[in-house]
Write a protein that binds this ligand. Structure first.
Ligand code: UD1
Length: 432
């Protein structure tokens, strides 16, 4: 699958930057792509069968490239015959080691362990370790595998898991985990007997994964609620599946529209998945028109301050916290944003200070005082969603903003500068 030039492209992306000339109004149409966070578990799920799986609406982002590379390493043939389409075919002799070099760049690589264990009885996957937005352990994934009958050993930075055949079990998560729910749900599809996941994550990406697994022959009920029941089967088969739209990409452009939109239209999205974000954006006085699969947004004359707290779905997503904070710099008054999912997810704040924002951090809360006129600066992306927040700030700031370390942004946003340019922004990728 690896397309010629992939390695060079990634190398180049390390030195690429984005130049944004702020102050333009945004209008026209932004097409929303497939959800990265649904595509990654779907790709991992293809390890559960030797047959062909065809996924559509897969975004062309770096995390997808990394996952495809990982699948190849595990013996899967991966083809990308046309934009948005990934076709996989497993081999009889699956290799079962996910190396540190790939896992360290993307924590979602850990999602291959459940499928490997279930299908081959063995998996050796590097522990993801810390990342920019906090410790992010995988202990809840591992507890789940142990309950399913796996034996685990942690050695040399790797988790090695073995089992003869997994057995269905009750797994109660103390706190919901998206990746843990996905990993255990995939593993349980091939276990002997019934597995019940309690206090499961309810994100739309979980429902999408369950949909794919069901198309592959799995028996699953309750995805999207906090109790998921999986009846194990002997084997899964090939399937075709279309990945849901990316709610975080849509949410990011929704904030762009709230900051600078004049009837900016987001198409091919799923407004239902964005309800908590739409509600908060409306509370800020922004006009949002909702249709079946599109949104239209216009900035308000006066932006109002709004307090929020990030929560598991259907609450306000942590992946939209940084972007919403940029909107709050434009609100007249004080707003308090509490990050309840991850520790250390305010790394965009010092960069926003450099653009003139008035934000103070008190533990897990950020207090934003607005309105402040933002001014262009050279800023550095620190993680995926923080980098999109800097782009949003750049769209508004007076002068030329340069966003460095674009490789964070490229992990999860497809054709960002092309989409923004089409909407009237002045954004350019360049190398220095
Ligand atoms: C997924 C998303 C990510 C999003 C996050 C929360 C993907 C690929 N990534 O990440 O974009 O920000 O959900 O919505 O879908 N935790 C533990 N032990 C575990 C697992 C998690 O303590 O075994 C903690 C994490 O550190 C975090 C919280 O639980 O504080 C939630 O994490 P989780 O829902 O697992 O997030 P991810 O699946 O990693």
């Amino acid at each position: 699958m690896t397309r010629p030039g992939d390695a060079t492209r990634h190398y180049n992306a390390r030195m690429e930057k984005l130049r944004i000339q702020g102050g333009r109004l945004l209008s026209g149409v932004v097409p929303i792509g497939g959800a990265k966070n649904a595509a990654l578990p779907a790709l991992a799920a293809t390890l559960l069968t030797e047959q062909e799986v065809r996924l559509e609406n897969v975004p062309a982002v770096r995390d997808v490239d990394t996952t495809c590379k990982l699948l190849q390493q595990l013996g899967v043939t991966v083809q990308r015959p046309s934009p948005g389409v990934v076709v996989t075919r497993g081999s009889g002799s699956t290799d079962s080691e996910a190396p540190y070099e790939l896992v360290k760049t993307m924590r979602a690589s850990f999602l291959v362990l459940g499928p490997l264990l279930a299908r081959t009885g063995h998996g050796r996957v590097s522990l993801p370790g810390g990342c920019a937005i906090g410790a992010r352990p995988v202990d809840r994934h591992l507890d789940g595998f142990v309950r399913l009958g796996a034996e685990l050993r942690v050695e040399h930075g790797y988790v090695e898991a073995r089992c003869s055949r997994l057995r269905g079990a009750e797994i109660a998560f103390d706190v919901p985990t998206v990746g843990g729910t996905e990993n255990c749900m995939m593993a349980a599809t091939l276990a002997q007997g019934v597995t019940v996941l309690r206090n499961a994550a309810r994100e739309p990406e979980i429902i999408d994964l369950a949909m794919l697994l069901k198309r592959m022959g799995a028996t699953i009920t309750g995805a999207g609620t906090d109790t998921i029941r999986i009846e194990g089967v002997d084997q899964l088969h090939g399937a075709e599946h279309r990945v849901i739209p990316d709610r975080i990409e849509a949410g990011t452009y929704l904030i762009a529209g709230a900051l600078a939109g004049e009837g900016l239209e987001l198409i091919n999205c799923c407004p239902d998945h964005l309800q908590s974000v739409i509600d908060k954006v409306r509370d800020a006085g922004v006009q949002v028109e909702v249709l079946a699969d599109s949104l239209k947004v216009t900035r308000p004359a006066l932006t109002l301050p709004v307090d929020l707290r990030t929560q598991p779905y259907p609450g306000f997503p942590t992946d939209m916290q940084a972007q919403f904070m940029v909107l709050m710099t434009q609100a007249r008054g004080r707003s308090v944003i509490r990050e309840a999912i991850f520790e250390n997810r305010f790394m965009h704040v010092p960069e926003l200070h450099r653009m003139g924002a008035d934000i103070s951090i008190d533990g897990r809360s950020a207090v934003v005082r607005g309105r402040t006129a933002l001014s262009a600066a050279r800023v550095m992306a620190t993680d995926l969603r923080a980098s999109s927040a800097l782009v949003l700030a750049g769209l508004l700031a007076e002068g030329e903003t340069v966003v460095d370390r674009l490789y964070h942004l490229d992990r999860g946003y497809e054709k960002l500068e092309i989409k923004l340019t089409a909407a009237g922004a002045v954004v350019q990728r360049f190398r220095e």
